[in-house]
Design a protein around this ligand. Structure first.
Ligand code: GLC
Length: 535
């Protein structure tokens, strides 16, 4: 499936390096403990200086915040805690002046139950919004589907005397994408923002939009995870053959793509796959569907050459040589990358090296440029719905959403008030102020890595060779004429490479290199990108 116009002329979204702004935790300016658009506006110079060029804002719309913005009550307005439409327009304009595009989170699988569409759907079943959601009659839930957040995926609504489907929280009813009016309403909402200068959408769980029209029962999952996990968590006990990845999704994505393309905008889809293989992602990427999709296998990998190489291969091979991958180390849904991979800054640095040397579009989650660690919250502090439900077996996602660490003082420079989630105690030493002028810091490394990717054609769009694991913990591949060498292990790795010491360094994790006329020695967690010998 072709997604690349041509290797020599990459589109803006292929060249892009995307930074995810989780607005609630980015920068508060009015002391309410919640980040806002004015805070983002003031931090635009920081983001431009980091070297990213696209910002993905987690949901900005009015929401009762059952799922912290992922339950949208109005697609064409802005959450009062963040500001107003004019504030967002100002951010978009000033960002563009600073060389940054803005993409929004499009949460279109479901709305909030406070959305007027849902409220009218409940009160007037025969009215224009009557079929906007998946309503069914019966004494019992219409099928065996489970909610991603736990429990059954159906809620009974007495006012309408029917069941409604919710793939996530009960307050997040799923839209009925088989209704042409829903398709038009969502496209209108997208158009509203595209006309205000937004450069695209990150489509939340896009592969759940279309379900089996007959809403058939999902079969039971028969492996150990399915059998044991399914006892407490129905969702994991099933094969999700009827509640996601329906072939009819292609037509809907085609409509969205046509709209996006008329605005030179990008669609990047968040793929849901509870098996964590993401083998379902590539099919939805192509010229008549998504520009980009997420594939979180690398994110979920154990630290190690083989699992990393396997994750990279599975994604690149499924997309084919013309496909364009995304590389995601972290986001607001999973434990912080630096914590997941052993709480080591050298690993965080090497992961950054990889994200900027692999062929594709890197996504950087706010705070990962500092190596922010997962926050550890008390039971009473947890606000995330699945965390509250499954604690202490699963502590939810709040730990990845703690406030951005700008400086050492109280509130970490994030807020002068009480932050909505506790600030990580290590903000005293791990913060932007401490790292920004220290050339050995992770923040400065991210700047160098993003700059190297931007300025080196091989790194930006060079063809990627086979990803090899020839020796120990070494991962090795080529990007055009550049050799990428990554030692994920704690033991040094020696490599024969004629006149290694004469080759230009495109990017290196370590300061002084250990190389000679015969080859290179890579130390613990060292990454090195070496260009070709001068002619
Ligand atoms: C996506 C979001 C997640 C949200 C869910 C439901 O996975 O990333 O934060 O809870 O969709 O909208």
């Amino acid at each position: 499936m072709t997604t690349t116009p041509s290797a020599s002329q990459p589109s803006w979204w292929q060249q892009a390096a995307v930074y995810q702004v989780y607005l609630r935790s980015f920068q508060d300016t009015d002391g309410d403990g919640i980040g806002d658009l004015e805070g983002l506006r003031r931090r635009l110079p920081y983001l431009a200086g980091l070297g990213v060029d696209t910002l993905w804002l987690s949901p900005v719309h009015p929401s009762p915040d059952v799922d912290f913005g992922y339950d949208v009550a109005d697609y064409t307005a802005v959450h009062p805690a963040f500001g107003g439409v004019a504030d967002l327009e100002r951010v978009v304009t000033e960002a563009r002046a600073a060389g940054l595009r803005v993409i929004l989170d499009g949460v279109f699988n479901h709305t909030s139950d406070q959305h007027p569409w849902f409220q009218q759907s409940v009160s007037d079943p025969d009215g224009p919004f009557g079929d906007f959601y998946l309503w069914r009659d019966g004494d019992r839930p219409p099928n065996n589907w489970g909610s991603t957040f736990g429990g059954p995926a159906w809620r009974h609504v007495p006012e309408r005397g029917q069941w409604v489907l919710h793939s996530f929280a009960p307050e997040q009813p799923d839209l009925n994408w088989r209704s042409p009016a829903v398709v038009e309403a969502v496209l209108d909402s997208m158009r509203f923002w595209l006309e205000r200068g937004v450069s695209g959408f990150r489509l939340d769980v896009f592969n759940c939009y279309l379900k089996d029209p007959g809403l058939r029962d999902n079969p039971r999952r028969k492996d150990l995870i399915g059998l044991l996990g399914g006892l407490a968590y129905r969702f994991i006990g099933q094969e999700h053959v009827y509640d996601r990845d329906h072939p009819d999704l292609a037509a809907v994505l085609g409509r969205m793509r046509a709209l996006a393309d008329t605005h030179d905008a990008v669609l990047v889809g968040e793929t849901l796959d509870e098996r964590l293989t993401y083998d379902n992602a590539a099919q939805w990427v192509g010229p008549d569907r998504l520009h980009l999709a997420f594939h979180f296998r690398l994110l979920h990998s154990r630290w190690g050459a083989r699992p990393f190489a396997e994750a990279i291969r599975s994604w690149t091979e499924s997309l084919g040589p013309d496909g364009w991958p995304t590389w995601v180390l972290s986001n607001h849904d999973f434990p912080r990358a630096a914590t997941r991979w052993g709480g080591r800054d050298d690993r965080a640095r090497l992961a950054a090296f990889l994200a900027c040397t692999l062929r594709g579009t890197p996504f950087l989650y706010q705070g990962d440029e500092l190596g922010m660690r997962e926050g550890r919250l008390e039971r009473a502090e947890i606000v995330d719905p699945p965390g509250r439900r499954f604690w202490p077996f699963y502590r939810g996602r709040d730990g990845a959403r703690t406030p951005m660490q700008w400086e050492a003082g109280p509130g970490a420079g994030f807020t002068t008030g009480t932050p909505w989630l506790p600030v990580h105690p290590d903000h005293v030493t791990r913060n932007v102020a401490a790292q920004q002028d220290d050339s050995r810091s992770l923040l400065c490394f991210w700047r160098r890595a993003l700059a190297a990717r931007r300025s080196c054609p091989d790194l930006l769009h060079g063809v990627q060779g086979t990803v090899e694991t020839p020796d120990g913990e070494l991962v090795r591949f080529r990007r055009g004429d550049t050799d990428i060498l990554v030692n994920l292990g704690d033991a040094p790795v020696r490599l024969r490479m004629p006149r290694a010491d004469e080759r230009p360094v495109r990017l290196a994790t370590h300061g002084r290199l250990d190389r000679t006329v015969e080859g290179v020695r890579l130390r613990t967690c060292e990454g090195l990108a070496l260009g070709p010998l001068p002619a």
